[in-house]
Ligand binder design. Structure first.
Ligand code: DAH
Length: 359
């Protein structure tokens, strides 16, 4: 009988050792030690033995039970380790692999240049303001000191809409100067904003499209003067074109909403094919600017004796063409994939003044 125990023990150990996974191991445990398990039945059988054999048999079976529990536990640990090891192998990540391929798609030059100029002006403390594309006569003209019936209103080849407000047609804004008016009416001075956005004029050729982009700038404070205007804009063009040697001049001009008004030229060299900014002895007009007209300040409820400052307006598409050597404006808005791949920018390379505007 006790000799049988050794044989049984050896048999069970082999079976446990051969169990391929935790499921089979649990099955074995039930077969051996469960309520009706083989070893459980043996232990139960002790009571039917002659009394003098019982203590020895009982001891032997209990020992067998413990030993089986031990080998089961060992095998369980071994199987769990194996499973973990297999999982770690399967889920291993090779951190030395190269990064994913570059994102598909390109950032449109208008978005890129808008981000670039926003980064530059943000560094100078400007906030970004916005306004609607559909405007009324007041924000586009009247508040900006265009007198009624003044020919300057025609200067802009305005797209008028059928809908009217106060007896005057609504329109697609012809410039982003509307946003100065909105911003000054909605906020308290001082102001230091830029307002990039879409603008519309009935015009179309190689350098004009019916929809284009402008950025408006406005600085109003108690002591702002023309020197601030010049310093700010010269700093801007040097940062934008990424050259410290760009020369500039300010030519007298006319805008209803500024007095005095000026146009800013930057030094350039013209060849048959291209315009190189920052070299040569030619001049290139780059933006309009001036000291905000007292009538504009009055129109938005400010006292011109207390508050004054400057404004400027610049074509975003135009400065994009200049910086990136694009000869024709029309393809900007044709959604031509080949053009976008050629002139577009890599996504996620955000322009910053500290990390570089373009890489
Ligand atoms: N609004 C003008 C335009 O569309 C550009 C401009 C010129 C804006 C001078 C200004 C400025 O703020 O001061 O042609």
């Amino acid at each position: 009988m006790l000799a049988d125990i050794d044989a049984l023990k050896a048999e069970i150990e082999d079976a446990v050792e051969a169990a391929p996974d935790l499921g089979r191991l649990e099955q074995l445990r039930v077969e051996l030690l469960g309520k009706k398990g083989r070893v459980t039945e043996l232990v139960k059988g002790v009571s039917s033995l002659p009394p003098e054999e019982r203590p020895k048999a009982g001891q032997a079976f209990n020992q067998l039970k413990r030993q089986i529990e031990e080998v089961l536990a060992e095998r369980r640990t071994a199987l769990a380790d194996e499973a973990l090891h297999a999982r770690l192998l399967a889920e291993r990540i090779d951190v030395t692999l190269p990064a994913r391929p570059r994102a598909e798609g390109r950032i449109h030059p208008v978005s890129q240049v808008t981000d670039e100029l926003t980064a530059i002006f943000a560094d100078m403390g400007f906030a970004v303001a916005e306004g609607p594309d559909i405007e009324n006569d007041f924000h586009n003209f009247t508040a900006l000191n265009f007198p009624p019936e003044h020919p300057a209103r025609d200067m802009h080849d305005t797209f008028f809409l059928e809908a009217e407000e106060n007896g005057r047609p609504l329109l697609l804004r012809t410039h982003t100067s509307t946003i100065q008016v909105r911003h000054m009416m909605a906020n308290k001075p001082p102001y230091r904003i830029i307002a990039p956005g879409r603008t519309y004029r009935c015009d179309s050729d190689a350098t004009h499209t019916p929809m284009f982009h402008q950025v408006e700038g406005l600085v109003i404070d108690r002591r702002t003067h023309m020197g601030h205007l010049k310093g700010c804009l010269i700093d801007f063009v040097r940062a934008y074109f990424e050259r410290d040697d760009i020369t500039a001049r300010f030519r007298p001009s006319f805008f209803p909403f500024t007095e005095p008004s000026a146009e800013m030229d930057i030094g350039c060299r013209r060849t048959k094919e291209e315009i190189v900014v920052g070299e040569g002895s030619d001049w290139l007009e780059i933006l309009g600017c001036g000291m905000v007209h007292p009538n504009v300040l009055r129109a938005v409820g400010l006292d011109p004796a207390e508050w004054q400052g400057f404004a400027f307006g610049m074509g975003i598409d135009r400065i994009a063409m200049l910086k990136y050597g694009m000869p024709d404006l029309r393809p900007f808005f044709e959604a031509d994939l080949a053009w976008l791949r050629h002139y577009g920018f890599v996504p996620l390379d955000l322009p910053t003044t500290f990390g570089g505007l373009t890489r």
